[in-house]
Design a protein around this ligand. Structure first.
Ligand SMILES: [Zn+2]
Length: 199
């Protein structure tokens, strides 16, 4: 398999189209199984739910590269549920494709307080502005980190230096590289993803 980056390909603008109707599923959970999405160049670019992947295949936007062995039985149609799909046309992926959200910051920081290193449940973590908002700190990828409540209290309205606290690592935007790392973690449960993720 080659994983070439054909960035020279024409970029097609995506026009929203009506979604084809799916057969009523006999197994709802099969529709939520994660599916790895590859660019036309075989570069992994995303993870989506099986339902979305099937819609993309039915619309002729993508093709199934791997199947997960499950079937979706409808009234008139039986579909194989994909495990990996590939877009038929190359899509240019901007460097920062992820939305800045609490969920994505916690995902980036792997639910770990970025000051004391404690891994915690989402409800036990808060978002800390590294440079506090009261001091002009903005809500950006580079200035928001996952933080436990006790570190958050300790830091208060101070910068990490003033509070004598250190960040585990420099907060960065959630890039394709980060996403790929997450995909690898997710992909451990699906052997069919491996050959696309480890190259
Ligand atoms: Zn902490």
């Amino acid at each position: 398999m080659t994983a070439k980056h054909n960035s020279g390909h024409a970029v097609r603008r995506t026009v929203p189209e009506p979604e084809p109707e799916l057969p009523p599923p006999s197994n709802q959970s099969a529709l939520h199984a994660p599916v790895l999405v590859l660019n036309a160049s075989y570069e992994p670019i995303n993870v989506c739910a099986a339902r979305r992947a099937i819609v993309l295949v039915l619309k002729g936007v993508a093709m199934a590269e791997e199947e997960n062995g499950h079937y979706l039985h409808g009234a008139r149609l039986t579909l194989r549920v994909p495990s990996v799909i590939r877009l038929l046309e190359y899509r240019r992926i901007p460097h920062q494709t992820r939305a800045l959200s609490r969920k994505n910051i916690l995902l980036r920081d792997r639910n770990t307080c970025q000051y004391c290193g404690m891994p915690l449940g989402s409800s036990e973590l808060t978002l800390d502005h590294v440079i506090p908002r009261s001091r002009g700190g903005v809500s950006t990828w580079e200035n928001l980190v996952a933080c436990c409540h006790s570190c958050n209290r300790r830091k208060g309205n101070q910068s990490p230096v003033e509070a004598g606290m250190r960040l585990l690592r420099e907060p960065r935007a959630f890039t394709l590289h980060t996403s790929r790392h997450i995909m690898r973690l997710l992909g451990h449960s699906d052997n069919k993803w491996r050959k696309y993720l480890f190259y």
